[in-house]
Every structure is written in structure tokens, then in C-alpha cells.
Design a protein around this ligand. Structure first.
Ligand SMILES: CC(C)(COP(=O)(O)OP(=O)(O)OC[C@H]1O[C@@H](n2cnc3c(N)ncnc32)[C@H](O)[C@@H]1OP(=O)(O)O)[C@@H](O)C(=O)NCCC(=O)NCCS
Length: 173
């Protein structure tokens, strides 16, 4: 009985997606993942060029040598960052790819010295699990609102703006 439980536990732990910093060879897979969810209206499409030029911002979740998740954190202003382009392969199975991506991105935000991160989403329940709280559009820093307005196709419409303090907050949840 004990042996069976141990085996099950090792399988579960070993069968999780692992996060790593993205590099240009991941760019096409990242575009595909984001594109899949953009078709459902949940992410903003990114082209290959925009992903390659911002590849240092990206984290990928890999499972059995396959990219099954991605996300990015970028600086918006002094101490302020944005988490965006979170996308997990719906066929990845229960490998906690979203968790791996969020954990790694919050770590990356800390390493970069960001004090708070913002995001816009139609899936606030997921981000609430990672300590994000909804904020009214009027409370968004001007630099962030301007950045959103300057990007073609980006809008606050139908989305929840969320914020999380980074500095001094444990990364793993
Ligand atoms: C939301 C998304 C990233 C979750 O990825 P995932 O790999 O299924 O997430 P995980 O399995 O790692 O789940 C981590 C935790 O979040 C929870 N969770 C997953 N999806 C959730 C959702 N939509 N709402 C609330 N909680 C959610 C899980 O139950 C799990 O909780 P636990 O730690 O208590 O077990 C994925 O479904 C996705 O890519 N959705 C479409 C794109 C999208 O909405 N991106 C955000 C745009 S900003």
C-alpha cells in the first residue's frame, strides 16, 4: 500500500511541466499557443517577429520535450511590469503548465526588481489563485493605460484589470 502511494506520488511529481526561460527556438510554438487562444478571444495574437524580439520576457512550460505553455513579463515603467500572453495547450493534460508558467514569471518579475505587476484578463479566477486582485480601470497607472491604448487591437473592454505586489511576496503559491 505504502509502495503504491509512493509510486503514484513520484509519477505525479515527475509528470509536471517544467518552466524555463524561452529562447528563439521556442518562438514558433509560443505563437501557436497564443494564436489558439486568440481565436477564442482570450489572448492577443502575437506575430513571430514580436515574440522573437521580446523572447527574453517569455517563459515556456515544457512537458516531454514539447512546449505546452507560455507567458511573458515585461517592464512598463519604473518598478511596474505586465504579465501577458499566458497560454497553455488545451491538450497538455494535467501537468500544471499554467502553474509552472506563473510561478516562473513571478520569479522573473522579482529578479528584474519589479515592485508590482498588472495584467488584463478574461480569466480572473486563475490569476486570483496567484495573488492578483482586481482593480478598477481608473486606478491603473497612466503609463500602463497609455501602453494599452497605443497597441493596435488592445483594449480594456470585457477584461478585468488585476494587480499583484511582487517585492517581498513569496513566489510559490
Ligand atoms: C488559464 C490557463 C493558463 C490555466 O492553465 P492550466 O495549465 O490549466 O493551469 P494549471 O493546471 O497549472 O492550474 C493551476 C491552478 O489554477 C487553477 N485554474 C486553472 N484554470 C483556471 C481557471 N480558468 N479559473 C480558475 N482557476 C483555474 C487550477 O485548478 C489550479 O489550481 P490548484 O493549484 O488549486 O490545483 C489555461 O487554461 C489557458 O491557457 N487558458 C486560455 C488562455 C487565457 O485565458 N490566458 C490568460 C490571458 S491573460
Amino acid at each position: 500500500m505504502i509502495m503504491a502511494s509512493l509510486t503514484e506520488m513520484q509519477y505525479t511529481v515527475g509528470d509536471r511541466a517544467r518552466a524555463s526561460n524561452a529562447n528563439p527556438i521556442h518562438a514558433a510554438a509560443i505563437c501557436r499557443l497564443i494564436g489558439y487562444w486568440a481565436d477564442q478571444g482570450l489572448t492577443i495574437r502575437r506575430d513571430l517577429r514580436s515574440v522573437v524580439t521580446s523572447i527574453d520576457d517569455f517563459t515556456v512550460a515544457v512537458h516531454r520535450q514539447r512546449v505546452v505553455g507560455c507567458g511573458a513579463v515585461c517592464a512598463v515603467g519604473d518598478g511596474l511590469g505586465e504579465i501577458r500572453s499566458i497560454a497553455v495547450d488545451p491538450g497538455a493534460g494535467k501537468v500544471r503548465a499554467g502553474h509552472a508558467v506563473m510561478d516562473a514569471l513571478l520569479g522573473k518579475a522579482q529578479v528584474r526588481g519589479l515592485e508590482q505587476v498588472l495584467l488584463l484578463t478574461k480569466t480572473p479566477g486563475f490569476f486570483a489563485r496567484y495573488g492578483f486582485e482586481a482593480v478598477g480601470a481608473e486606478a491603473l497607472p497612466g503609463a500602463y493605460a497609455e501602453m494599452i491604448a497605443s497597441e493596435p487591437g488592445r483594449t480594456l473592454d470585457g477584461k478585468v484589470a488585476m494587480r499583484r505586489v511582487v517585492v517581498g511576496v513569496p513566489v510559490s503559491v
